[in-house]
Design a protein around this ligand. Structure first.
Ligand SMILES: [Zn+2]
Length: 206
């Protein structure tokens, strides 16, 4: 069974995750902008970062350039489409796609009677669309979610094949962690994803 989409689910830590800005001493004023390394694109920080608008083409291109320079993945020129949806709907979409693409009896690990997992983003490979939770904003932690899903878009457009869904996750989480490191954070600090959890999420062990 091969899922048609790739979802990112995290703990509740995301919403309130605090970020430390690299190289800042206590008492120094915090910068209100951050230039994405290797690009001249600046992302706003602080309260001005909040935005419910879809990521701009310039932001998507800058993040794509950063991803290609940071991890072993060739960039693609085709941009993904974006849609916003409530978190519960993201779970329905994600598992609906899996159910639609699964043969009878092939589903494991999904019980529709259980509460929806805390899915904050989802990449639909068939429509090349990144679905973001409707509380997504342009802050650095939320942008790390965009980085993660952009990696899946790159993988999809390039037609890369992986032995299991977890193997596809490896590069996505690697890029996301490197992005968070730009802000003095990481997957564990921002999302509560510890080393053992990451081992399970990124290796073909099932
Ligand atoms: Zn993923």
């Amino acid at each position: 069974m091969r899922a048609n989409g790739v979802a990112l689910s995290v703990g509740a830590a995301m919403a309130g995750a605090a970020l430390l800005l690299c190289g800042l001493a206590l008492g120094e004023p915090r910068p209100d902008k951050f230039a994405i390394p290797g690009t001249d694109f600046q992302i706003p920080l602080g309260p001005s970062a909040a935005s419910s608008a879809p990521p701009s083409p310039a932001l998507v291109d800058a993040i794509g350039k950063w991803i290609a320079a940071t991890i072993d993945l060739r960039p693609v020129s085709e941009r993904p489409a974006f849609r916003f949806a409530p978190r519960a709907m993201l779970a329905d979409l994600r598992y609906g796609r899996i159910l639609a693409g699964a043969k009878a009896g092939a589903m494991t690990g999904y019980d529709p009677t259980r509460p929806a997992p805390d899915i904050v983003a989802f990449y639909d490979r068939s429509t090349k669309t990144i679905y973001l939770a409707d509380d997504w904003s342009g802050n650095p932690v939320h942008l790390s979610v965009l980085v993660h899903e952009m990696v899946h878009h790159f993988q999809n457009v390039a037609g890369l094949r992986y032995p299991c869904p977890e193997a596809r996750e490896h590069l996505a989480y690697l890029a996301q962690n490197k992005w968070l490191a730009l802000f003095g954070s990481g997957l564990e600090a921002a999302f509560g994803l510890d080393r053992l959890t990451m081992l399970v999420k990124t290796n073909c062990i099932n």
